[in-house]
Design a protein around this ligand. Structure first.
Ligand SMILES: [Zn+2]
Ligand SMILES: [Zn+2]
Length: 190
């Protein structure tokens, strides 16, 4: 039997299917109380650069919500417990600018709001997922359908703006002693 010469395969060329999850668009932005207390600020630029690049690679350079390629942002994904007021960091997911702004709709510039809503809603509709006239309506309506999100409808308005949110970063396995003297240590779960 004649042995074939080994062929070098560049993994980037292999057609691994990309993940497309339009439901990512239902994500909540982080509660305002944690705007100045997120992993990006806590852990610095070097950590963030590593994390965001890994996120882009994780879906081969495609947006994980709509599947387009091109310029990507990394969105920090949290699980929000509206009863205990704890935001648990999960990971960073690659999103195109439009999808990312749809999630951070509240803070996107007024002149872009309509366009951002239109594009995000079109992606959801295309995937057979429910949308409503405004992002707020949409969040409230949609979350009723998903049992795990039911809590948002009743407690969202009251608790989203609370100053008492805590940040759970246990998934990152950080060195606790490094944060012993952090001014907001009591709001960090490490
Ligand atoms: Zn997208
Ligand atoms: Zn984001």
């Amino acid at each position: 039997m004649k042995l074939l010469r080994p062929v070098k395969i560049n993994l980037a060329d292999v057609d691994v299917p990309r993940i497309v999850q339009p439901e990512l668009l239902y994500h909540f932005p982080i509660p305002p109380a944690l705007h100045r207390l997120n992993p990006r600020l806590l852990l610095g630029k070097r950590w963030w650069n590593k994390t965001r690049k890994a996120a882009y690679r994780s879906n081969r350079g495609f947006c994980q919500a709509c599947g387009v390629s091109g310029r990507l942002d990394a969105h920090e994904r949290y699980e929000l417990d509206f009863k205990k007021l704890i935001a648990t960091y999960q990971d960073a997911v690659p999103l195109c600018r439009n999808c990312h702004m749809y999630i951070h709709w509240l803070s996107c510039p007024l002149h872009r709001k309509v366009g951002i809503l239109k594009k995000g809603n079109a992606i959801l509709l295309n995937a057979g997922l429910p949308v409503a006239k405004t992002k707020m309506d949409s969040l409230q309506t949609v979350y009723v359908h998903e049992q795990v999100f039911v809590q948002y409808t009743t407690e969202f308005r009251r608790n989203f703006w609370s100053p008492d949110w805590k940040l759970d970063l246990t998934v990152l396995k950080l060195n606790k002693s490094k944060f012993r003297k952090h001014p907001e240590r009591e709001r960090l779960i490490l």
